[in-house]
Structure formats: structure tokens, C-alpha cells
Design a protein around this ligand. Structure first.
Ligand SMILES: [Zn+2]
Length: 322
């Protein structure tokens, strides 16, 4: 297949070197320690040059790098979270400045204080040159249908920010069962589905139609959840919130990454969502990343060539190049 664009990975994380220098030197970093940041997973330690070698090896042209979810720190004093966000965002911006053809940057925000989050988002896009932000599915158990976030969505829309919605511990599943890794293997997907529901039923997607929101991990259970959510919307009109139509009609208002592990699920999500809303992602360097992701898409027998091109570059190009 002839490739016409560069392969952009929208779901790739970074553990800031300034955090590592502090905690590996025995100091804390704005209250965070060596226990944070999964430093035993060696690629989290890598500097940009080593990261780029790996990107070459796995044929990823551009990573849209985001600080690892542990750097959300929404449950801290906001002044501390503001410092963490700013330093993370400055380091991501440095990576982009030093290697503009290999990295685009997503920042992190002090979401527990929407006003502070707007200020940091504006600074991140306008001054630091970031393209967007990664945010949790909720903020200290407050979901995104809450009016406290309204001006933040307006700001994201105005800034043209790409928003990657991505869980952090604890997911909602953790409160039910803490064994068997279900808090992640199931919990990530449940949290994503609830975030979708809050954004749709809360009317956020209708009030701010220009939002560019990407639901990580292939949208969680969203593609599978549509049928039952639609049925609930039909038979319980008093529970429609501010949504204007059935949940499935909002499918093409979001983006979704390709972090699935089988062709079966990839095919299903494309059948439900359409390839023009699905963008390449790996979750590198997490142990739960999709390994050999470029090769897999190139060789997949369940994709048409136009779909393959959408996933590998065209959808990303439509988001980031215009
Ligand atoms: Zn991730």
C-alpha cells in the first residue's frame, strides 16, 4: 500500500525527565516520589533521542506525547497541581521544540479548579505550542455533565485543543473489585463509557460542537453500549438530560484511538464508528500497549485500503493539519 501521510500515534506517554531527576536523586517532586511514574518500566526512563530510535523501529513518524496519567494529581492542593502541570507541559513543549518533526504535545491540567485549568490550557496552546491535553474521565468523582466545567469546554473549543480522555487509578471498577487487574482491563473501558455518557447527556457535545474529543482505548465499551443506551433513551424520555438525540447519533462527534488487541474488535468498532473518526494509537510504553501496531494495521485482512489509510494517517491529518 502506498502511504500518503505520516503515521501519528495519538496515545503515547512520557514521564518527564525533571520528575525523574528529582525522585531518582532521592528528593520528592511537588509531593510526588519514585513510587509514582512506573520507573521500573524502562522506556519511561528514556530521553527523547532513545524514544525516537524506538519510534523508528516501530515505524511511528510522530508521537502526540502526553504526560503519564499519574501526573494528573487532581486530588492535591491546586497550587501544587498547577506547578506539576506547568512543569510537565514545559517539558513536553521542549520535546516538540527540539524535535518538531517527531513530536506533538499534549499537556496536563489542574482540572480540580476549572478556572486554573483554563489559564493553563490557554498558556499551553498559545505560549507553549501544545496541540491539546489529556484529561481523566472524571475529576475527583465529578462527571463532565456538571456545569462547573462549562467554561472549560468553551475554552477547549475556542483554543482548538485536542482532548484525549484517559483514565487514572482508581477507575470505578476498583470500588467493586480490586483483584485480577480488572480495575484496568475492564475499568478503563467502563470509565470511558461513563465519560461518553456524561458528555452526551450533559449536552456538552451540543453546546460546543467544535470540541475535538478523543476517547482513548478505542472508546472503551462505547461502540458496544450504543444499542442499550439508545433503547434507554427511547423508553425513558425523562432521563434524556440535555441530549438532543439518541446516544448513537453522537458517535461521529468523538474520535477514538486504535488501542484494540484483535482484528475482531477493530472491525466491530469501525463498523459502528466509521474509520474517519478512528485514529492510530498505541498506549506506548505501557505494558498494555498494542505491540507491532503499525504492522498489524498494514497487514490486517479486515480493513479496506481506504480504512487502512484513515487509521494510519488520514484521520490524524484531518485533526492536526487543518
Ligand atoms: Zn495510556
Amino acid at each position: 500500500m502506498a502511504e500518503k501521510g505520516r503515521i501519528v500515534d495519538v496515545h503515547a506517554h512520557v514521564t518527564p525527565q525533571r520528575f525523574q531527576r528529582a525522585v531518582l536523586g532521592g528528593e520528592d517532586w511537588h509531593g510526588m516520589t519514585a513510587a509514582d511514574g512506573e520507573l521500573d518500566n524502562l522506556p519511561n526512563r528514556w530521553k527523547p533521542e532513545r524514544r525516537i530510535e524506538e519510534m523508528d523501529a516501530i515505524e511511528v513518524d510522530v508521537q502526540v506525547v502526553s504526560p503519564t496519567d499519574v501526573f494528573y494529581q487532581y486530588d492535591r492542593d491546586v497550587e501544587q497541581t498547577k506547578l506539576i502541570s506547568r512543569e510537565c507541559n514545559e517539558e513536553v513543549a521542549e520535546m516538540v521544540r527540539d524535535h518538531p518533526d517527531r513530536f506533538k504535545g499534549l499537556g496536563t491540567l489542574p482540572m480540580q479548579d476549572p478556572e486554573a485549568a483554563i489559564a493553563e490550557a490557554t498558556h499551553g496552546i498559545r505560549e507553549l505550542g501544545l496541540v491539546g491535553f489529556m484529561i481523566d474521565d472524571q475529576v475527583n468523582n465529578l462527571t463532565y455533565d456538571h456545569e462547573v466545567f462549562d467554561e472549560l469546554w468553551a475554552a477547549f473549543e475556542e483554543l482548538g485543543a485536542f482532548i484525549l480522555v484517559h483514565q487514572f487509578h482508581p477507575t470505578v471498577v476498583y470500588y467493586r473489585i480490586q483483584d485480577y487487574f480488572l480495575f484496568n482491563s475492564v475499568g478503563n473501558l467502563v470509565d470511558r463509557t461513563l465519560a461518553f455518557g456524561a458528555l452526551v447527556y450533559g449536552g456538552v457535545m451540543d453546546r460546543y460542537p467544535g470540541l475535538k474529543i478523543c476517547l482513548a482505548h478505542a472508546g472503551g465499551y462505547v461502540p458496544f453500549a450504543f444499542d442499550r443506551m439508545d433503547q434507554g433513551w427511547e423508553v425513558w424520555p425523562g432521563s434524556r438530560g440535555d441530549s438532543q438525540d439518541k446516544p448513537s447519533t453522537y458517535a461521529n462527534r468523538f474520535y477514538y484511538d486504535t488501542v484494540t488487541f484483535t482484528d475482531r474488535n477493530l472491525r466491530f468498532m469501525l463498523d459502528v464508528l466509521g474509520s474517519e473518526r478512528v485514529v492510530f494509537g498505541t498506549d506506548w510504553p505501557a505494558p498494555m500497549q498494542t505491540y507491532g501496531a503499525v504492522d498489524r494495521l498494514r497487514g490486517s485482512e479486515v480493513l479496506t485500503d481506504p480504512e487502512r489509510e484513515d487509521l494510519l494517517w488520514r484521520t490524524a491529518s484531518s485533526i492536526f493539519d487543518g
